[in-house]
Design a protein around this ligand. Structure first.
Ligand code: UT7
Length: 324
């Protein structure tokens, strides 16, 4: 019996021009390059220019991915944008991207799972393709977290950056269980921890946008265990093991979390695509940006087995195993 599989056609990425180093931050708050580097591995991050919106970043990444896929925008029948920093409360920023790309058919929507947003969006796109409801999906992770940071709070403002990344997925009809494209994914949420990482505003509560607040140590405490568990479930579902993985492309929150996860699952550090030093934590954009970096630097090649994972506010967490 034949079935549809989601093939990865291309990736694109975009980082705003302006860079902010740890030294720049030390002029704003009581921090230092050595504290930020030791605790997080971050050296610099990109910050959107005044007036530059999440949709602007997303469009750069999307256009690059579309061109690299060798298709035109109107070939796309579904756009899923993972973001927690939309241009407006509504409409979905995805429809702005759709209109700017000149697409008038199919559907476009935003998906909100904070730093796990891209993993949730890829999994959702895969379900649309597997069920035969979509042929070509543009999956984007784009954020302007600089807009929701409290620039006087040193415990959070040093951690995040802006950026966007995009993937084009295409349906391919194949024999049952072929070893191609997206092979398995697992998503998890546990709302009991929703007050550990949140924004203290919103349309129905304060009628303001609010600022990001985080109990960093609490998030850290759960991260490695949650991530390792969901990776194990994903590998089990696909009959692969850690030793089969060519590249581990995790959400880039903190170098120590990535190293801790790699150690726990028994994966060598050389197999991690690491961009946290140059990008900071770009939330839903961090995985597609890391994929873009991996492909552009010639590390990730066609046929490689790639494991994505993320954990973020909610808590939400998840993993995706795919053949590039
Ligand atoms: O992407 C979503 C998921 N988010 C994450 O995965 C983030 C998870 N958490 C983390 O990565 C870490 O918890 C942080 C990097 C946020 C913090 O590292 P930590 O080792 O957990 O530090 P801490 O919060 O325990 O703070 C240690 C000390 C405190 O001082 P005292 O109380 O020991 O005197 C903080 O006030 O470091 C102080 N501190 C700072 N010092 C200089 C906190 N932020 C800063 C700063 N510069 N920017």
């Amino acid at each position: 019996m034949s079935c549809y599989r989601s093939i990865i056609k291309s990736v694109g990425g975009y980082l705003p021009e302006k860079k902010m180093t740890n030294a720049d931050l030390a002029k704003l708050v009581d921090t230092s390059d050595s504290w930020i580097t030791e605790r997080t591995g971050i050296k610099e991050r990109h910050i959107a220019a005044e007036g530059e919106k999440t949709s602007d970043l997303a469009l750069h990444a999307a256009r690059q991915a579309i061109e690299r896929a060798g298709i035109v925008p109107t070939d796309i029948d579904l756009i899923i944008l993972a973001t927690s920093t939309p241009d407006q409360t509504f409409p979905a920023t995805a429809v702005t991207i759709q209109a700017e790309l000149g697409i008038v058919e199919g559907a476009a929507f935003d998906l909100q799972a904070v730093c796990s947003g891209f993993v949730f969006a890829v999994t959702t796109a895969d379900q649309y393709i597997r069920s035969g409801q979509a042929k070509r999906v543009l999956v984007i992770g784009a954020e302007t977290f600089s807009r929701i940071l409290d620039w006087e709070d040193r415990t959070t403002c040093v951690l995040f950056g802006d950026g966007a990344g995009a993937l084009v997925l295409e349906a391919e009809e194949r024999d049952e269980r072929p070893d191609i494209g997206i092979m398995a994914s697992r998503l998890r949420s546990d709302g009991r921890y929703r007050d550990k990482l949140y924004v203290d505003g919103g349309p129905s509560s304060t009628q303001t946008t609010g600022f990001l607040r985080m109990h960093g140590r609490e998030v850290f405490r759960h991260a490695v265990t949650n991530i390792s568990d969901v990776i194990e479930e994903t590998l089990e579902a696909s009959n692969f093991s850690v030793s089969d993985i060519d590249w581990f492309v995790p959400h880039q929150a903190n170098e120590r979390i990535l190293a801790g996860t790699a150690k726990k699952i028994g994966l060598p550090m050389e197999k991690i695509i690491m961009t946290v030093a140059a990008h900071g934590n770009t939330s839903a954009a961090s995985i597609p940006l890391a994929l873009n970096y991996g492909v552009e630097t010639g590390k990730i090649k066609k046929g490689d087995l790639v494991l994505l994972e993320a954990m973020g506010g909610g808590f939400t967490w998840g993993a995706v195993l795919l053949r590039w």
